[in-house]
Design a protein around this ligand. Structure first.
Ligand SMILES: *Cc1c(COP(=O)(O)O)cnc(C)c1O
Length: 393
């Protein structure tokens, strides 16, 4: 079986035209050609974040962007709040702890979204917090946290910076960094941006720049001031992943052709199709409808069920070439996750659900074949008929 269908929440499949663009012959990173490429790409990035600020591009994975946010915005010994809704919030807190920040974790049950009222009370308990770290899409649970509301609460209660992990959200979920009052928003190339891993994108507000300029804490490769200085000359302080820049230009062209609004609407449709199918098959969903992410769906937990999600994933991988993700940390072995971000169409969801039904039947799990596919098709058909009839529902 050499046909692989990668439906994990990153890395995601690469469209052929992006793959092709990345084959362009190498150019010098100090050349005029690269400067033009850099300028073109960085001019198109801010709308993805909903900002008028410059977006910096680091050659690194998404975690480096999380680390860059933490080391630049706050200094050791300062107090921060980290809202932990799953494995990625946990990672944000671990980074803060490692750098000697006084880290106050607001722990939320995995599978639930953070509650703005709880955050308000927590801010009142910790009035000295210099920054609040949020995860927009908690990839480990398939929850989309209400970052706009959470940021509003932070602004009402304190002067703390709002720092957001948008890695599995940017490009697939709406983001209005400036009007929501977010100070740092980061993402990585291998999620909704349809690129291979290797680029980390960081958007920084005026307020955050002031904190970064005043911050004496040492940093070198991740010093955002170096990236800002180089960006003023359409350049990168160290050798960037030039081929990924070629790919990024093509990815941004694809998003422009589809339009960002349409891409965001498509991700919502993919979420609705996936969830309707899972419900029709009688399988549990980890997150409620109101908290469900448009980019990844967590199915489970299967505690006490005859269905072993690891056996199901192995069957789908081996017999159908479909790669789904398992659970992380405390959800390991208890759930499976379907990634539907980036280069993913309604057709792909129908194929994933059809394979899933087949795999369940192969494992002897009682399943009404076609029921999930039908539910997903119905969501799709309702969506397109609404679109054809204008705004009428
Ligand atoms: C993928 C992901 C990351 C970054 O992971 P890397 O492996 O370092 O690229 C960070 N946060 C979230 C929410 C993610 O989904």
């Amino acid at each position: 079986m050499d046909s692989i269908h990668l439906r994990i929440p990153g890395p995601t499949p690469i469209p052929p035209r992006i793959q092709q663009a990345m084959l362009a012959p190498m150019i010098g990173h100090r050349s005029g050609e690269f400067k033009r490429l850099y300028a073109e790409v960085t001019a198109q990035l801010p709308p993805l974040f909903g900002t008028r600020q410059r977006v910096l591009v680091l050659t690194a994975s998404g975690t480096a962007a999380l680390e860059a946010a933490a080391v630049n915005a706050v200094a050791p010994g300062e107090e921060v709040i980290v809202v932990v809704t799953g494995a990625f919030g946990d990672r944000f807190a671990a980074i803060c702890e490692r750098y000697g920040l006084i880290t106050r974790r607001l722990e939320v049950a995995w599978g639930e979204a953070a509650d703005p009222d709880r955050l308000r009370a927590f801010l009142r308990q910790h009035p000295k917090a210099k920054a609040v770290f949020l995860t927009y899409c908690e990839t480990s649970t398939g929850v989309l946290n209400p970052v706009a509301e959470l940021a509003r609460v932070v602004r009402e209660e304190s002067e703390a910076l709002v720092i957001v992990d948008g890695v599995s959200a940017i490009g697939g979920a709406p983001c209005e960094m400036d009007s929501w009052g977010l100070d740092i928003v980061v993402t990585g190339s291998q999620k909704a941006l349809m690129l291979p891993p290797g680029l980390a994108l960081v958007a920084v507000s005026e307020r955050a720049w002031q904190a970064i300029e005043a911050n004496p804490a040492p940093r070198f490769y991740l010093d955002l001031l170096a990236y800002r200085k180089a960006a003023e000359e359409a350049s990168s302080p160290y050798t960037p992943a030039v081929s990924l820049f070629f790919g990024l230009r093509e990815a941004l062209a694809m998003i422009e052709e589809e339009t960002l609004d349409a891409a965001v609407a498509r991700h919502a449709l993919l979420r609705d199709m996936t969830r309707a199918a899972i419900k029709a098959l009688g399988l549990p969903l980890l997150a409620d409808d109101a908290a469900a992410s448009p980019t990844v769906t967590a199915v489970g937990p299967f505690d006490g069920s005859v269905l072993d999600p690891e056996a199901l994933r192995a069957c789908l991988r081996k017999r159908h070439g479909l790669v789904l993700a398992g659970g992380q940390k405390k959800l390991k072995g208890r759930i499976f996750r379907i990634g539907h971000m980036g280069w993913c169409a309604p057709f792909d969801i129908l194929a994933v659900i059809a394979a899933l039904e087949t795999g369940l039947a192969e494992l002897g799990y009682p399943v009404a074949l076609g029921k999930g596919v039908q539910a997903a098709q119905e969501v799709y058909v309702r969506h397109v008929s609404r679109a054809h009839h204008g705004s009428a529902v």
